[in-house]
Design a protein around this ligand. Structure first.
Ligand SMILES: [Zn+2]
Length: 404
């Protein structure tokens, strides 16, 4: 059979023809299906994904690697230019922008090969949720009360940490003041442990990056890659008028695998600095009900406030995604997350707009005892990425996000 030159057309599943060779414009859309399979000769796994383009066309694209028949084939590329060569198989539900080209198999079939996963186009902000009944999370009161664990941290001089917590809180409060009633109301120091006690606390972990054992449950340790962790407990009950209401949120900061720092200064001895304002400002975003700006490996698909699919982090160089305080990753010593991006501010102002001010600032405890079925999302560790690890493509191993 002559190899037809006419196969200079690439056909998507709905018959969309694309030219052979490099395709000039990125293919942008949402991943609606993704399936790994062994090639017919059994030598490699490829993953084929259907992209529903913004124009409503379905295009099938192909990537090397993936999972089929109980085996996963994973490529680790050295990302020398930081432009996302280490793309993982696409996630169903994610918004993506792809550089692709048409390539022929030896038997003349044309395949849309993915060269690069580009910035997925910015999502708008992303909220945590939804509950089983579809509600996104928020506080019901006009404020969210926050205590500081009185033990503080030994890694910062004197009581510096409490002043820095105040600064991170003020960054949110003043950043959103023009358009939102929400404010984080600091309540001073308290000796308290993390848990659903309707006392929201910032807790430093200087000796063990773990939630301590209780009489009923063993010690639970966290990923050493996480610089911070926020645990949010919320009403998850379709029959409740409070569905989606946050009732308790605690923040833990990792002083074991990181040296907690202020402007580069720290008494900690870990080689990677976790700037307190940087890490805490991000965690306070989770505290207020915000989610990350992109999908890390293993994350479920999400939508932004417009119902648009949230893009992948892998290969995503979109500044709207990466420069947000709610971006999933930080580098050692980074300080940029201490300053809110316009999306971070828009998020809080949309969830808690001035016009909806409840006009009171109450704690949750008194009114909620026993009324609700609550869920907990032990959420969203802010993962620190050492630049060398990006380069080695290892980030996917440490970028796991847990959700319970
Ligand atoms: Zn986070």
């Amino acid at each position: 059979m002559p190899r037809p030159l006419l196969s200079v057309l690439i056909w998507g599943v709905s018959g969309v023809a694309l030219p052979l060779g490099a395709v000039a414009a990125p293919l942008q859309g949402e991943v609606t299906a993704s399936q790994g399979r062994w090639t017919a000769d059994g030598s490699r796994i490829v993953t084929e994904s259907v992209i529903r383009t913004d124009a409503g066309q379905d295009v099938v694209v192909s990537q090397l690697g993936g999972t089929a028949d109980g085996l996963t084939m994973r490529l680790f590329a050295s990302d020398g230019r930081g432009d996302g060569v280490d793309a993982l198989p696409l996630v169903v539900g994610a918004r993506v922008s792809l550089e692709i080209h048409g390539a022929a198999t030896l038997d003349g079939r044309i395949v849309h090969v993915v060269d690069r996963v580009l910035p997925g186009g910015s999502s708008d902000f992303v909220r945590t949720g939804p509950t089983k009944a579809g509600q996104f999370l928020s506080w019901a009161s006009g404020c969210a009360q926050l205590y500081y664990d009185s033990a503080g941290t030994v890694e910062l001089a004197g009581d510096t940490e409490f002043a820095l917590i105040d600064e991170a809180v003020a960054s949110w409060n003043s950043g959103v003041a023009a358009c939102s009633y929400m404010n984080i109301a600091t309540q001073g120091k308290k000796s308290s442990e993390v848990g659903k006690d309707f006392i929201n606390i910032v807790k430093f972990r200087d000796t063990k990056w773990c939630r301590p054992a209780t009489a009923a449950d063993p010690e639970r340790c966290y990923s050493p890659a996480a610089a911070g962790l926020t645990t949010v407990v919320f009403v998850d009950d379709a029959n409740s008028t409070r569905d989606g209401e946050i009732v308790d949120a605690d923040i833990e900061l990792n002083g074991v695998d990181f040296a907690i720092a202020n402007a580069g200064a720290t008494g900690g001895d870990a080689p990677c600095l976790s700037d307190l304002k940087n890490t805490l400002t991000h965690e306070l975003g989770h505290f207020l009900g915000l989610e990350h700006t992109c999908l890390a490996a293993g994350d479920p698909a999400r939508v932004d406030d417009k119902g648009k699919a949230v893009p992948l982090c892998s290969g995503n160089n979109d500044p709207v995604v990466r420069d947000a305080t709610m971006y999933n990753f930080q580098t050692c010593g980074e300080t940029s997350k201490a300053s809110l991006s316009p999306d971070d501010i828009a998020a809080v102002c949309s969830v808690y707009p001035l016009a909806d001010d409840p006009g009171q600032c109450d704690g949750v405890g008194g009114s909620s005892g026993g009324c609700c079925s609550v869920s907990s999302t032990s959420s969203s560790p802010l993962v620190s990425v050492v630049p060398a690890l990006w380069a080695l493509g290892l980030v996917a191993f440490i970028a796991r996000r847990r959700r319970t």
